[in-house]
Design a protein around this ligand. Structure first.
Ligand code: SF4
Ligand code: SF4
Length: 462
């Protein structure tokens, strides 16, 4: 939730600089992911920053410097002012953001308070692996009103298969210490959990339930068509991720002690009911998000690194360029509009309003860019139809009739896309990536790169 700040009246962006470009339907950024640190004290095997082929972190400063913080905050202030944004959010990320010192965060929040227009309410988030959390950090994060998410993949034996350090030691005990401290000092952390379908969903659910998180985010392991998920099968009926998630869904619904929210399920339910919401990995809406690297580089969502080395690079930097400038970059535009620029198959899909093609990085294939359904298409379809059918069966008839949604079997949903025309790139050359709707001018040469790195272990970064 957005938190207001009391700000001194000095050093603010003057109103006269504000309105020049802030009109109409110009793309906006409402959240900047701040790469406070570009290094990490862990070395998770599925990490898209370090272990899936992208090497751009090697050229980044380990910690974002104060001049870069100043430039970033000034760019955000300009942007909020130009677009008259009532709310803006910063998400501290990494690498591991706690590798930056506490003075980094104090300085950052003070600069925002001094610089961003007072009419913009600011919210702060942090995604951390939790290993470095101690009483001082917890106190500071509370003081600065930074909401915290901690990455943990389930019980020790599940987490420690992949969330390991640079000596290949499991991280569970250290993360758990950080979690317990954060929870006991009132930080109310959320949990981010990458799905491991080889683990028992019931065991994972029970473990997360014990921790009493405020919110759980389940992530599909990051994958592309060239680098499919570990449990990928060409069998049309195989939907291991959906099966795993649906088991969690039904336990979550039935368990009255489960007080935590699960963002993925909430988004799907809201999508089915026609309630607007935002999740860049699922459903409609613009992705009004930019990433600022530790050198000040302005980039689209960093998970695109899983698509190839340098995939997220742009020429834009907060030291020279505005956020509006960066929003015009083709890859940034593709991510911004990715939920309404769908391939022909997705456009024929009966659940496209809920799914919207899934997460952009998961659509990628080197030979045809992003003009594909998600590599998780079958799982998304099974999951969404499963929840839709449960909702339909659970709601009173008159409410269902009013809402106008019908049961839909997985087989019916698959049949609807079976008649989709073959991708144009297979009929003729020169297909443009992500261009299923008018207006995209994204040449495949920009969007399709050679796959890099080893092609099996694929998981998401926190
Ligand atoms: S379920 Fe598959 S075809 Fe339907 S919108 Fe999602 S990715 Fe596209
Ligand atoms: S997944 Fe997160 S905690 Fe693990 S190595 Fe990557 S940045 Fe670090």
């Amino acid at each position: 939730m957005a938190a207001s700040h009391s700000r001194p009246s000095t050093n603010k962006v003057p109103a006269s600089r504000l309105a020049a470009r802030g009109k109409g339907l110009a793309p906006k950024c409402r959240l900047v992911v701040v790469k406070a640190a570009s290094r990490c004290n862990l070395n998770c095997s599925y990490c898209y920053v370090y272990n899936l082929g992208d090497t751009s972190y090697l050229a980044q400063p380990a910690i974002m410097t104060r001049p870069t913080i100043d430039a970033l905050v000034m760019r955000v202030a300009e942007h909020c002012a130009r677009h008259r944004l009532a709310e803006f959010a910063f998400a501290f990320h990494g690498g591991e953001p706690l590798l930056a010192r506490s003075s980094y965060f104090r300085y950052f929040v003070n600069r925002v308070a001094e610089t961003v227009p007072a009419q913009t309410s600011i919210a702060y988030f942090m995604q951390t692996n939790g290993v470095l959390l101690n009483a001082e950090w917890c106190s500071l994060l509370r003081e600065l009103n930074i909401k915290v998410g901690i990455s943990l993949d389930g019980p020790k034996e599940v987490n420690d298969r992949v969330r390991i350090d640079h000596s290949a030691r499991g991280s569970y005990n250290r993360i758990r210490r950080g979690w317990d401290l954060a929870a006991s000092t009132g930080l109310e952390p959320g949990l981010l959990t990458v799905i491991d379908v080889s683990a028992s969903p019931r065991d994972v659910f029970d473990h997360l339930n014990e921790l009493r998180p405020r919110m759980v985010d389940f992530l599909f392991p990051d994958a592309t068509h060239d680098r499919p998920p570990l449990q990928y099968s060409s069998d049309e009926a195989a939907t291991p991720y959906a099966d795993w998630l649906l088991e969690i869904f039904h336990v979550w619904i039935a368990d009255e002690r489960a007080s935590f929210r699960i963002r993925l399920f909430e988004r799907i339910i809201n999508g089915i009911l026609g309630i607007e919401g935002k999740l860049d990995a699922l459903g409609p809406g613009k992705n009004e998000v930019l990433v600022v690297e530790s050198d000040g580089g302005i980039e689209p969502v960093d998970v695109l690194k899983v698509c190839g080395d340098g995939m997220t690079s742009t020429p834009y930097n907060v030291h020279r360029d505005s956020l509006d400038d960066a929003l015009e970059h083709p890859m940034v535009q593709l991510y911004y509009h990715s939920n309404d620029r769908l391939c022909d198959t997705c456009r024929q899909c009966r659940i496209r309003q809920v799914c919207a093609g899934g997460y952009l990085p998961h659509r990628y294939r080197a030979k045809d860019g992003f003009d594909n359904p998600s590599v998780y298409c079958r799982d998304l379809m099974r999951l969404i139809t499963g929840i839709q059918n449960w909702l339909h069966a659970s709601m009173p008839d008159d409410v269902v009739a009013q809402l106008g949604f019908m049961p839909l079997s997985y087989a019916e949903a698959r049949a609807a896309i079976a008649s989709a025309p073959a991708p144009a790139h297979s009929k003729a050359g020169g297909r443009r990536a992500g261009n299923a709707e008018a207006g995209s001018q994204l040449p495949i040469s920009t969007m399709a790169r050679q796959e890099s790195g080893p092609g099996s272990k694929v998981r998401s970064c926190e």
